[in-house]
Design a protein around this ligand. Sequence first.
Ligand code: HEM
Ligand SMILES: *[C@@H]1O[C@H](CO)[C@@H](O)[C@H](O)[C@H]1NC(C)=O
Ligand SMILES: *[C@@H]1O[C@H](CO)[C@@H](O)[C@H](O)[C@H]1NC(C)=O
Ligand SMILES: *[C@@H]1O[C@H](CO)[C@@H](O)[C@H](O)[C@H]1NC(C)=O
Ligand SMILES: *[C@@H]1O[C@H](CO)[C@@H](O)[C@H](O)[C@H]1NC(C)=O
Ligand SMILES: *[C@@H]1O[C@H](CO)[C@@H](O)[C@H](O)[C@H]1NC(C)=O
Ligand SMILES: *[C@@H]1O[C@H](CO)[C@@H](O)[C@H](O)[C@H]1NC(C)=O
Length: 336
Amino acid sequence: MVRGVHYGGACAVLLAAAVALGLGARGGAAQLDDKFYDRSCPGVHKIVRRVLREAHKADVRIYASLTRLHFHDCFVQGCDGSILLDNSTSIVSEKYAKPNNNSVRGFTVVDDVKAALEKACPGVVSCADILTIAAEVSVELSGGPRWRVPLGRRDGTTANLTAANSLLPSPRNNLTMLQRKFAAVGLGDIDLVALSGAHTFGRAHCQFVTDRLYNFSKTGMPDPTLDGGYRALLAGSCPRRHGNRSALNDLDPTTPDAFDKNYFTNLQGNRGFLQSDQELLAAPGATTAAIVGQFASDEKAFFRSFAAAMINMGNIKPLTGGQGEVRRNCRRVNGS
Ligand code: HEM
Ligand SMILES: *[C@@H]1O[C@H](CO)[C@@H](O)[C@H](O)[C@H]1NC(C)=O
Ligand SMILES: *[C@@H]1O[C@H](CO)[C@@H](O)[C@H](O)[C@H]1NC(C)=O
Ligand SMILES: *[C@@H]1O[C@H](CO)[C@@H](O)[C@H](O)[C@H]1NC(C)=O
Ligand SMILES: *[C@@H]1O[C@H](CO)[C@@H](O)[C@H](O)[C@H]1NC(C)=O
Ligand SMILES: *[C@@H]1O[C@H](CO)[C@@H](O)[C@H](O)[C@H]1NC(C)=O
Ligand SMILES: *[C@@H]1O[C@H](CO)[C@@H](O)[C@H](O)[C@H]1NC(C)=O
């Protein structure tokens, strides 16, 4: 019944009644449905795929960037498209939070997807769902798993810069901190390890690794958990002095743009890029180490767990039913 909101006024009245009865305020996840747009926008998957393939011709990194955008959306007040909102009189954008500033990207491609969808089915597909579908399509087109994406999220009308700064994990977090931040949004060890496997594609700036190369935890020494050969390779791109903090490195130097299990075999060779990556295996007594080992030896197991974890992450506090809105422009709250 909640789905009927797309089909007309009568259903909207029923919906309002349901919300009034408190039905709309339930956990939410149960109301997402992979068939949500089957009648209201049947071409949605095809359209997203077409726009992403086109964008990929000019930017091989875009699939990785879009996958990350969904993550940075969901960890901050749920998967509500809040990360897409620009500064305005009513919005302090999350784009300038420390984990996002000059780092998250792909916004113009999201705009292109939204424009194509507004043409095909005006006012129907939320920006939060666009990010969710784009992440799945990106992984699939990079050689990773495919899965049915639960849909029906609505877009939020607020952003929270403080939350973006405090809730998103830092590359210098230890395993305990990573587990705490994931647990705060209902994600466990298997989710943490599987989702970190997204660092099998995409790029990272030197600024996130220079301390590991030269002065780890203010010891004046490299991170002891970093392989010497890999350290030398990274030092070439990220010199100690007079280097370019914004120079880019492959997160997975073996197959930079393919979605595969090499992230985990890299960790086994002490070739994780970020401290937060290597922590999954190297932290003393790590409960995550066995999961890394399993995914390193069994790509199918990784793919299955990754798909399940993406669905879990996509279920973080979605707005559904009559909550929020479907933004016309992903960068702005309607009517502002
Ligand atoms: C576990 C905690 C995590 C930390 C600390 C972390 C941190 C980072 C950092 C620092 C970068 C490099 C950013 C830059 O240089 O601008 C990065 C890139 C990336 N992250 Fe994560 N990340 C985490 C989890 C995840 C998750 C859960 C996903 C998705 C499911 C993800 C997907 C990506 C991707 C695809 C890139 C490359 C993006 C691009 O090339 O544009 N990360 N991450
Ligand atoms: C947006 O607002 C934030 C916080 O006020 C500020 O730091 C940032 O520079 C602004 N960015 C733009 C592009 O206006
Ligand atoms: C974001 O990055 C720009 C360019 O590096 C910098 O000038 C600005 O101060 C940063 N903003 C915040 C809020 O950190
Ligand atoms: C923003 O996020 C912070 C940190 O999670 C939280 O304490 C605060 O209540 C949030 N603000 C709003 C207006 O939701
Ligand atoms: C992890 O980091 C937190 C915060 O920096 C710190 O309090 C804690 O002692 C660290 N835990 C371990 C096991 O290193
Ligand atoms: C390492 O960093 C710390 C703190 O930033 C600094 O005090 C120390 O001198 C550095 N050590 C070396 C060898 O650069
Ligand atoms: C630093 O690296 C970035 C990313 O590759 C590049 O766009 C920028 O031009 C470089 N800056 C300098 C001063 O070389």
